[in-house]
Design a protein around this ligand. Sequence first.
Ligand code: FDM
Ligand code: MG
Length: 207
Amino acid sequence: QTIKKINRGLFIALEGLDKSGKSTQAKLLSQKLNARKVSFPDRTTQLGLIISDYLRGNNNMSDEVIHLLFSANRWEQHTSILKQLQNGINIVSDRYAYSGVAFSAAKGLPIEWCKAPDSGLIQPDITFYLTGPIEQLSQRGDYGKEIYENSSFQYKVGNIFDQLALQENFYKINALKSIDEIQEEILQHIQEKLQNVNQLQLKKLWK
Ligand code: FDM
Ligand code: MG
């Protein structure tokens, strides 16, 4: 299909559990929409390298400190994302602030505390939430290499994501469907969402 044009770029986020297929879908979607793909954590910056070390278990930080680093790692990209959207460039984000909340709140930090540092970031126009039974997702690929990739923790993360999905109006997708089916469903939903709008106001997250 062709995607309807609006007066600025579209900002689409893909969220979900580890191994739910987000990265595959983000790649396909960014090709389809001729979009810039961003990923969070963005491991290419200095902060991203610290985060990456943490995820591999190589440096220990308090839950609060790592949470704030993940948020700062999004703020590093804020201006460039904003400018590109204003210039008509579509952006597809592989994870975003909702992952920040889900993973930190799953460790016991209060949800409102977790949202605060991301307040004011650009809000995605549409957030897709890929989810499925953890017993099945955990069979995929090399699950278990990074510190958050264990079933008992993912289960808690899933609960917070489910809660956010209702509050934030995520479009939920069954991660067990085929790659093609999921891509089709994503494109279909974007079409529907754009059907009746010519102008979408950029919004800020949690403000
Ligand atoms: N993660 C990701 C967080 O804990 N907070 C965040 O703000 C973000 C963006 O980092 F387990 C977690 C989620 C995941 C890990 O992500 C690495 P990728 O998508 O597997 O690289
Ligand atoms: Mg991962």
